[in-house]
Ligand binder design. Structure first.
Ligand SMILES: [Zn+2]
Length: 494
């Protein structure tokens, strides 16, 4: 068509009619084509209208149906997954709170079922681990308790050993029985706080036991008992009796005891006394049957303590014997001159400090040399021993009687003024005059003594001057005819 129009244009300059024909043919063709297009368009429009009608139908019926289907499917999907998930979440929460016994059931969904299986495996393992941990903790607590008990027992034992060691150490430094008793009285309640303890020692005559120390004493055992009153002393070994066991009980118990333990004390083969232990219990608060018996450990400790006390008593006795031998005159039993000098110095200082008087009496047996020569030395010794006994028996416990030398004696009377000292000297003179002596069955006549007395007050003199004054008074008594008491004049120390 375009070529025809181009040719018509070229021919229009030369052949107008030809060109017009060409144009007409082209118009015809166009009209024909337009008619065809109109027909096609109508067809398309018809098809479009049909399609539109179909789409309208689809929109009207199919879409709601599809939405319903989708809603249905969604609800089914939610129902299938949310329930198991909630179960899993609930299981996890319970596990977090410590419930390890919980197990999840099988899940409808494969993935969720796998989660449930893993959850159950984890719970199982945790439960096993927890059981192991609890078992280990229980064992640990048991071991801790056992260890705490052992530690406490060890501490108690250490404390006991410390107290015992300290007590033994103090024993070695004790100088008198009173000090020994004091140490036992202090240590006993620490070693046996729940027991009544009493330590009794044999007197020098060995026919009676006197109390050395006691603690928590409820007077269930009498003091001043005879050795035969205690089965431990009779048998020479520990005597333990429990209430109701039918064994013999010692007579020194004043009331029946739930149990008792008597331990004999002996050292160097000599029986020295007993240690008695009974429980500390109050009538009405407990019955004899309900009182705990003494443990084996406590009995062993008591045995060790009694041995140490026995050793201390034995050592003290030996020390006292040696000391007596060193400070006493064996013939008269009075203190010797060395001890007199020490004592005079000590007592003089004490009386000066306390502003008390102190007196000294010098005593000499009249005509002793003549008596000794004519009757024999054994008679002379008998006379001196008798004078010594008389002096020991007729002085106060605080006075000190000494053998000054030969037949001369000296008395130190702390706290005594001149008047009371003179009276005492006079009483001694008359007492000795009444003494009689029998040697080898032969009776000897009475003897007389001369005495010189001097007193030192708080302000004057010295320990030497008082002895010199008493000695001078004695010489004066001799000069004046013997058998008399003369008071001396104290020379001023200045
Ligand atoms: Zn006894």
């Amino acid at each position: 068509m375009l070529e025809k129009l181009t040719r018509a244009a070229q021919e229009s300059s030369t052949d107008y009619l030809g060109a017009e024909a060409i144009v007409d043919s082209v118009i015809d063709e166009i009209s024909s084509t337009l008619a065809k297009e109109d027909a096609g368009l109508s067809t398309v429009l018809a098809e479009a209208a049909e399609l539109d009608a179909r789409m309208t139908a689809i929109i009207t019926f199919v879409v709601p149906f599809a939405i319903c289907v989708l809603i249905f499917l969604k609800s089914r999907l939610v129902a299938a997954t949310v329930g198991p998930i909630r179960t899993i979440v609930a299981g996890l929460e319970k596990m977090a709170k410590g419930d390890l016994a919980l197990r999840l059931p099988a899940m409808p969904d494969a993935d969720l079922d796998w989660v449930a299986i893993v959850f159950n495996a984890m719970a199982e393992r945790l439960q096993v681990e927890t059981r192991h941990r609890e078992t280990a903790l229980t064992k640990l607590e048991f071991v801790n308790l056992e260890l705490a008990g052992q530690t406490s027992a060890l501490q108690d034992r250490t404390r006991t050993i410390t107290i015992l060691s300290r007590m033994i150490e103090r024993f070695q430094a004790a100088k008198t029985r009173d000090e020994l008793g004091y140490i036992i009285k202090r240590s006993g309640p620490l070693l046996f706080p729940d027991l009544c303890g009493r330590v009794q020692v044999c007197s020098s005559s060995r026919d009676i036991l006197t109390e050395l120390a006691a603690w928590n004493d409820d007077c269930t055992s009498s003091s001043g008992i005879a050795p035969s009153d205690c089965w431990a002393l009779r048998q020479g070994r520990a005597h333990s009796v429990k209430h109701g066991d039918g064994d013999v009980t010692c007579e020194h118990f004043t009331v029946p005891q739930p149990w008792s333990l008597c331990l004999p004390m002996a050292a160097q083969g000599e029986v020295l006394g007993i240690v008695t232990l009974t429980p500390l219990w109050i009538d009405g608060a407990a019955t004899p049957q309900s009182v705990e018996p003494m443990s084996k450990e406590a009995q062993d400790l008591a045995g060790a303590i009694s041995e140490h006390i026995a050793m201390a008593v034995g050592n003290l006795k030996l020390r006292e014997l040696l000391q007596n031998q060193s400070i006493r005159d064996p013939l008269t039993g009075l203190f010797n001159r060395r001890y007199m000098e020490e004592s005079l110095s000590r007592e003089f200082s004490r009386c000066t400090r306390t502003k008390e008087p102190i007196s000294v009496v010098m005593l000499d047996v009249d005509h002793f040399k003549q008596f000794n020569d004519t009757s024999g030395h054994d008679v002379g010794d008998t006379v001196l021993a008798s004078v010594g006994r008389h002096l020991r028996a007729n002085i106060r416990s605080c006075d000190i009687a000494c053998r000054y030398g030969g037949e001369e004696f000296m008395l130190i009377l702390p706290g005594a003024d001149l008047e009371s000292a003179t009276k005492r000297a006079e009483a001694i003179r008359t007492g000795i005059k009444q003494l009689t002596f029998t040697v080898r069955g032969e009776m000897f006549g009475s003897i007389t003594v001369s005495l010189g007395v001097a007193c030192q007050d708080a302000t004057e003199g010295s320990e030497d001057s008082i002895v010199e004054a008493a000695d001078e008074a004695l010489r004066q008594a001799k000069r004046e005819g013997r058998d008399r008491v003369v008071t001396g004049l104290l020379q001023s120390a200045a």
